[in-house]
Ligand binder design. Sequence first.
Ligand code: FAD
Ligand code: MLT
Ligand code: ZN
Length: 520
Amino acid sequence: MMAFRKWQHSIHLSFPQLMRSGSQTQIRSVSPRCCIVPVHRMSFTTASGPKCKGTQPELTSKKHAKLKRGNFARLSGKHVDHFQSLLGSASQVLTEDLDGYNTDWMNIMRVSKILRYCNDQKLAVVPQGGNTGLVGGSVPVFDEIILSLQLMDKVISIDQMAGVMVCQAGCILEKLDEQLADYNLMMPLDLGSKGSCHIGGNVSTNAGGIRLLRYGSLHGSVLGVEAVKADGEIIDCLSSLRKDNTGYDVKQLFIGSEGTLGVVTAVSILCPQRPKNVSLALLACSTFDDVLSSLKEARNQLQEILSAFEVFDNDSMMSNQTNLKLMNPLKEHNFYIVVETSGSNQSHDEEKLNAFLETVMGSEIINDGIITTEPSKIRILWGLREKITEGLLHDGYCYKYDVSLPLAHYYRLVEDMRVRLGDRATRVVGYGHVGDGNLHLNVTAPAYSAELHSLIEPFIYEYVAKLRGSISAEHGLGFIKSKYIHHSKSPQAVVLMKQLKKLMDPNGILNPYKTLPHTD
Ligand code: FAD
Ligand code: MLT
Ligand code: ZN
């Protein structure tokens, strides 16, 4: 049996300084084309082209020649005048310089007035949070107005006893977590994009991430939502109660509906107790069956202290090493596992973790590993998992998939895809939240190729559908996946969704071409 190495404080690390994974670069920075953003940054595009100065990102619709623009009005000087009068001063509507703005201005009444006007004028709107979404949901397809919640970033209340925080939608996830630390509380979700994404965006995408295994989905931890409907009507469901069975649970409609049913302006969220001690183990093994055996053992032995169980394959590790110059602290293996435990009693937690490690190493499920309790080293090890997304982009182009599969088939999809694509792909990698059955399959190539794309899709969606998996486990459908919804939802369910959309947004101004298949 191999001795398990404790990552001592004294060990010199040659890792590059790890930025907090959340504060790392926002990987897709799309500057707004037309936006009602925190008022100081309002710009617009007219039929004659964008008026914003500087480089403009290509509109999504440029890549989709067959896509028909909805029957929306075009933003014109008349509308800009209106927004100027609504917001009180011409200087609050920016048509040129989109940087250097930061004024506390936004409140729900203004969101309501803006939407009411857009609805009356049939102006289409894209609600935007941190713009870290991975399915093209947060950017305009044609010339929709961007409504940024960026400056609605106030914490309204923190109730330490109840463990409930109420805050505005534009609060950045990582900052919320930092504030909660003063109350011995924490956010129940954690994503690699935490330094940029907003809680409003998280709720609107029903974001998952590495802590879902322990704290469940936002459908459970969000206690209340305040949102504005397309017609400007404010829906106040900002309850902080854990129990409230009075009628339909309306707030759930805004969780995961990707800004198509309303604009989330505030959230009330259940925040767990912050753990007193956290340990992280990076483990390595040879087969995916070993990964599953470790998961079973972790569930069985670690139980209530297990706070994350993530996997990534050697191709992901190679990308980290080649593209980001991150160091692999272990020998090369086929699979790497990140096991995190969090609890309140150090000796109890360590005893459990050691027993788990002894079992998996004694039975040779795990071949190598490293463990640490030191926060800076925990962050470095987490970086190996959380920076995969960023590293893969360095290959050139990345086709991203985010599926739920029965665990027995989880990694088989990656292997089958490798065989299917052969040397047309630079890398076919698999990583993800294996504890939740959520696989991120990514294919990279030097540049976009329609041929490669057509080999991956619809193959991958049909593969997942046959196994009754989900074609989008946590990222949503946005623009790029909306037309594949039928692979995961029945025709009746899609009809009901369309009826709900019609009821809540009859003019279809909220995030058009997203989530639901665009038909006309
Ligand atoms: P945006 O990208 O701005 O918007 C996302 C969608 O929500 C859009 O459809 C937008 O219109 C809508 N929206 C945003 N704000 C509002 C609002 N206030 N009201 C109504 N609609 C709104 N996702 C995961 O689930 N798990 C992960 O582990 C994960 N890791 C990631 C790691 C990296 C490095 C990156 C870049 C992304 C990751 N993501 C992950 C994806 C993304 O961060 C999440 O989907 C996140 O919840 C999006 O939040 P945002 O504020 O950036 O929203
Ligand atoms: C992750 O878990 O790392 C994110 O969902 C991002 C991705 O899928 O690349
Ligand atoms: Zn993920």
